[in-house]
Design a protein around this ligand. Structure first.
Ligand code: PGA
Length: 256
C-alpha cells in the first residue's frame, strides 16, 4: 500500500531506564545512530525527570523529537505532583502520549483523557491518544469498546485541530507480551478508527489524523505491520530501550 506521509515512530520509555546515567547513555546512542537525516519523524518519550538531560544530548530536535508520557490539563496551580503542558513545552516537548492503557489501569478515565487531549492540542502540541481492547471476543464487542474510547477522548474537539491528533491502536494483549497483533488485525482496526472519524468529522478531515500501532513491535515484524497494517507508524515500548533495535525499526519501514 502506498504511503503519503513520513512514518511516525514514537519510543515510549515508560518507567525506564533505572538511572539518569543509563538514560543519557541511551540518548547518546540514539543521537549517534540516527545522525542528522532519516525519512521518518522519530520521537522519544522519557520519564519526566530525564527529559531535560535527554534534550541536552539530542540537541535542537531535528533528528529525534522529544515526547512526554502524560500531562496535566491545568497550566499551573495547587496540583501536587502534576506536570503541566507549558512546563513540558518549555523543555522542548512536542508530543504527549495520553490515555496509555497502563495509565488507564491506574484509574485514568475517558473524561480525564479528553481534558488532557483538549489542553495538549490547544497548546499546539501533538496529542497521541492510546486506545485498545483488553481481549478479543467472537461477538465483536471489542470494536464498540474501542469506538467508545475514541469518541469520548475526542468529545468537543473541532475538526480544525485534527492535524494535531495521532491515535495509537494498542491492544492490551499485545503490549509487552511478545505477541503482536497480526497485520490483518491492525489493518482492520485502522479502517475501523477511520470510519469512526469519518462519521464524526467527514472523510477529508478524518484523514488528517495519523493512526499508529503499538504492541510488541520489533525490527522483525515492523515492515509487515507497517505495509500490510497500512498504519502511519508505531508506538514502541520495550524495543525503544535498545538503540540498535529502535533504529532498525525506523530503517525497516523507511527503506522498504
Ligand atoms: P511494547 O509496548 O512495545 O513493549 O509492547 C508498547 C506500549 O506500551 O506503548
Amino acid at each position: 500500500m502506498k504511503k503519503v506521509r513520513q512514518p511516525l515512530v514514537i519510543g515510549n520509555w515508560k518507567m525506564h531506564p533505572t538511572s539518569l546515567v543509563l538514560a543519557t547513555k541511551l540518548a547518546r546512542e540514539l543521537k549517534k545512530k540516527f545522525g542528522q537525516r532519516h525519512d521518518a519523524t522519530v520521537v522519544v518519550a522519557p520519564p519526566f525527570v530525564y527529559i531535560e538531560s535527554v534534550r541536552a544530548l539530542l540537541g535542537s530536535g531535528k533528528s529525534v523529537i522529544l515526547g512526554a508520557q502524560d500531562a496535566f490539563p491545568a497550566n499551573d496551580g495547587s496540583y501536587t505532583s502534576q506536570i503541566s503542558i507549558p512546563m513540558l513545552q518549555d523543555l522542548g516537548v512536542r508530543y504527549v502520549i495520553l490515555g496509555h492503557s497502563e495509565r488507564r489501569a491506574l484509574g485514568e478515565t475517558d473524561a480525564e483523557i479528553n481534558k488532557k487531549l483538549t489542553a495538549t492540542i490547544k497548546a499546539g502540541l501533538v496529542g497521541v491518544l492510546c486506545v485498545g481492547e483488553q481481549a478479543r471476543d467472537a461477538g465483536g464487542h471489542y470494536l464498540s469498546f474501542i469506538e467508545e474510547q475514541v469518541r469520548h477522548a475526542l468529545k468537543g474537539i473541532s475538526k480544525s485541530k485534527l492535524e494535531a491528533i495521532t491515535i495509537a491502536y494498542e491492544p492490551l494483549w499485545a503490549i509487552g507480551t511478545g505477541t503482536n497483533a497480526t497485520p490483518a488485525d491492525v489493518h482492520e482496526i485502522k479502517l475501523f478508527i477511520e470510519r469512526i472519524l469519518t462519521d464524526m468529522y467527514g472523510r477529508t478531515n478524518a484523514q488528517r489524523v495519523r493512526i499508529l500501532y503499538g504492541g510488541s513491535v520489533n525490527s522483525k515484524n515492523a515492515q509487515e505491520l507497517y505495509s500490510e497494517g497500512a498504519v502511519d507508524g508505531f508506538l514502541v515500548g520495550g524495543a525503544s530501550l535498545k538503540a540498535e533495535e529502535f533504529v532498525s525499526i525506523v530503517h525497516r519501514i523507511t527503506h522498504s
